[in-house]
Design a protein around this ligand. Structure first.
Ligand code: DOR
Ligand code: ZN
Length: 374
């Protein structure tokens, strides 16, 4: 029963796809098609720390050339010095022969010293600051209590040209969870955007039409990351037929009209919407619980999932920009010159992954995708 319901998503593979025209695919029968794109990057990722790195780092580095490494550890990564140590722990788990660059991010608090912004700008491995409103999500307890009160830090980021990455949700108990993104935009983001026009802002894991419109209408220094779950699912996939804890993430999945706004931005090939998986492992017993954790572990399935979605919308030619070009351009990093190849070969997403001895149920667990990696 569970499996049948889980298969009932927008990803059901129905009509044969139109061949992409401007990708480097090889003609052939359906089982031998390949799709080669410039190596992609993941512009929003949770590696965690400790023993889990042995699972999370290879899972990402085997596909993506770089990743924006979110700093919501416990305790969080607040300083350039802490980021340097965390970076070393990550690098120690990169498989031999694989080139991978973790792009470190610092976690903003109410007491982040303004000098930390300059230190970050002067380092060659810290690429952004992340604003977590306190209480918004996993390990955000020491986040910012009032995003309207750290304008001195936004000013410094603008001056030193360090991007601000935003978890755009208010956390007031009286604001409905489905409205939290919209209220954040109205209450804070519009003001930040207009007060600091030269600040690069990434609206992380956009989930609403208001978020999409905000990015579309804002200046060229404004972008958004798009997760597989917010692209492929809406709140029915979380709640209809029973609660699906493995589809629970924050910001929470929204109604279909919001999903469609996100889909349109990606299908349009809008250059300020790019790949950010928000892949975030939690042990199975922490997800399947009375008070379950938020996060979908999608690192391995993400690229085949994005490809499947785009192909279903006859937009497979948009994959390379979304996955491999737009984010690099926004972060002013070079596009990769090496490539990855997807094969049109059914791939069964594992039902469970052993992560440092803990079972983790990945996103789309047990389902078959039409594209696989290598
Ligand atoms: O679903 C989520 N999980 N959203 C976040 O913002 C954080 C992430 C995590 O770290 O588990
Ligand atoms: Zn995240």
């Amino acid at each position: 029963m569970f499996l049948v319901l889980c298969l009932d998503t927008n990803l059901r593979y129905t009509t044969p796809p139109k061949r992409p025209t401007n990708l480097h695919g090889k003609e052939g029968d359906a089982m031998t098609d390949t799709l080669t794109i410039a190596r992609p990057d993941d512009w929003h990722l949770h590696f965690r720390d400790g023993d889990l790195l042995a699972e999370t780092v290879p899972a990402t580095a085997n596909v993506f050339g770089r990743a924006i490494v979110m700093p919501n550890l416990n305790p969080p990564v607040n300083t350039v010095a802490q980021a340097a140590e965390y970076r070393e722990r990550i690098m120690a788990q990169v498989p031999a022969g694989v080139s991978f660059e973790p792009l470190m991010v610092l976690y903003l608090t109410d007491s982040t010293p303004v000098e930390e912004v300059e230190r970050a700008a002067n380092s060659d491995f810290v690429h952004a600051f992340k604003l977590y409103p306190a209480g918004a999500t996993t390990n955000s307890a020491s986040g910012v209590t009032d995003p309207g009160r750290i304008t001195h830090l936004y000013e410094a980021m603008e001056k030193h040209d360090v991007p601000l990455l935003v978890h755009g949700e208010v956390t007031d108990a009286d604001i409905d969870i489905f409205d939290r993104e919209k209220v954040f935009i109205d209450r804070y983001l519009n003001t930040i955007r207009s007060q600091f026009p030269a600040l690069r802002i990434v609206f992380e894991h956009v989930t609403t039409s208001e978020g999409v419109n905000f990015v579309r209408e804002a200046n060229a220094l404004t972008a958004a990351t798009v997760t597989p779950q917010h692209l492929l699912m809406n709140r029915n996939d979380l709640l209809v037929g029973g609660v699906r804890p493995h589809n629970y993430c924050l910001p929470i999945l929204k109604r279909r009209q919001h999903q469609e706004a996100i889909q349109k931005a990606v299908i349009d090939g809008h250059s300020r919407f790019f790949l950010g998986t928000d892949s975030a492992p939690h042990a199975r017993n922490k997800k399947e619980a009375a008070c379950g954790c938020a996060g979908c572990y999608s690192a391995r399935a993400a690229l085949p999932l994005y490809a499947t979605f785009l192909e279903q919308h006859n937009a497979l030619d948009k994959l390379e920009g979304f996955a491999s070009h737009f984010g690099a351009d926004f972060y002013r990093l070079p596009r990769h010159t090496d490539t990855v190849t997807l094969q049109r070969k059914p791939w069964d997403v594992p039902a469970v992954i052993d992560a440092a001895g803990e079972p983790v149920v990945p996103f789309f667990a047990g389902e078959q995708l039409p594209w696989s990696l290598g």
